[in-house]
Design a protein around this ligand. Structure first.
Ligand code: 3PG
Length: 305
């Protein structure tokens, strides 16, 4: 049983050690491909492995075509928009994610980003506090729920909208459920995005929605680049001197936005939401356990195809 860990953005050493321990204990072998710089390296490494563990690494149909023995791909993380599920399914390869394992790291970053924007990107001048402000959580999954809990600690008024989570479930968590996405944006000082990138959500955060945000509105994106309509975001930032955007996934026009909008825009140089030792260990070990569990016992919990 050969397990390839292919991570352009490597896991912390403790996570790699943990993955090795799990796989070796099950009689297998780990092959490590870190910080690779060309897809050819990925194609070569995947050629004879039974399982593949990745982060945001793109598992395309070409990767699948090179993986002659592959039986399972585990995305160590939440979003699996980087996996070509159709190509996996066509070859009978099981695809999984590890939901919830890195959520706390992302949730903490979302709140950190709010503080950063509230304090003028740590430049001089009078900032504002999160306490008493309204936070709209767009999608109430693992990360959204954690963001809600931390935001309450800050004394924020927390509300949420999720087309797939009934209002009663949101209210059970002590969060106000608003009845539409339009209402969420119209009534929130901060909106924190936690939607996946799908055909339905791509470009969906558009001018119509963003322009509803009240004066001083701030959008926080720790989700995906693709969900933002970048032309609309540019237009809104140009039209409204009060509007702010902070993101962990740099838009294609990040340099232009940084130059034009100063402290009203910030993008991390490289996605860092899940970049904590804890998140690496949780997601990496879960991925290894899921890969071994499937190969040895056929357990396919968390299968996404
Ligand atoms: C996820 O979907 O789990 C996060 O975006 C983290 O992605 P990463 O593993 O590339 O940091």
């Amino acid at each position: 049983m050969k397990v390839l860990v292919a991570t352009e953005k490597p896991f912390a050493k403790a996570a790699v050690d943990g993955i090795k321990e799990i796989v070796e204990k099950a009689g297998g072998e780990v092959v490590l491909l870190e910080k690779y710089t060309s897809v050819d390296q990925f194609y070569a490494a995947v050629a004879d492995v039974d399982a593949l563990i990745v982060r945001s690494d793109k598992v395309t149909k070409e990767v699948i075509a090179h993986a002659k023995n592959l039986k399972i791909v585990v995305r160590a993380g939440a979003g699996y928009d980087n996996l070509d599920l159709a190509a996996c399914t066509e070859r009978g390869i099981v695809a999984m994610n590890t939901p919830g394992q890195n959520s706390n790291a992302v949730a903490e970053l979302a709140l950190g980003m709010m503080v950063y924007m509230a304090r003028n990107s740590f430049h001089s001048g009078t900032g504002s506090e999160l306490k008493g402000k309204t936070l709209g959580i767009h999608a109430f999954g693992h990360v959204g729920r954690l963001v809600a809990g931390i935001a309450k600690g800050f004394g924020m008024n927390v509300q949420a909208f999720d087309p797939f989570v009934p209002a009663a479930k949101i209210e059970e968590a002590g969060v106000k459920a608003v009845s539409s996405i339009e209402e969420l944006y119209s009534t929130s000082n901060y909106v924190s995005l936690h939607i996946p990138a799908t055909e339905q959500t791509k470009n969906s955060i558009n001018y119509e929605l963003l322009s509803r945000m009240p004066k001083g509105g701030t959008l926080v994106n720790t989700a995906r680049k693709e969900v933002i309509n970048e032309a609309d975001m540019m237009r809104l930032l140009e039209e409204r001197q009060d509007f702010k955007y902070i993101t962990d996934i740099a838009p294609s026009c990040a340099a232009e936005m940084a130059e034009k909008f100063g402290t009203r825009f910030f993008a991390t140089p490289k996605k860092m939401g899940a970049e904590t030792a804890e998140a690496n260990i949780n997601a990496g070990l879960a991925a290894a356990n899921q890969a071994v569990g499937f190969l040895k016992e056929g357990i396919d919990r968390f299968r996404v195809n």
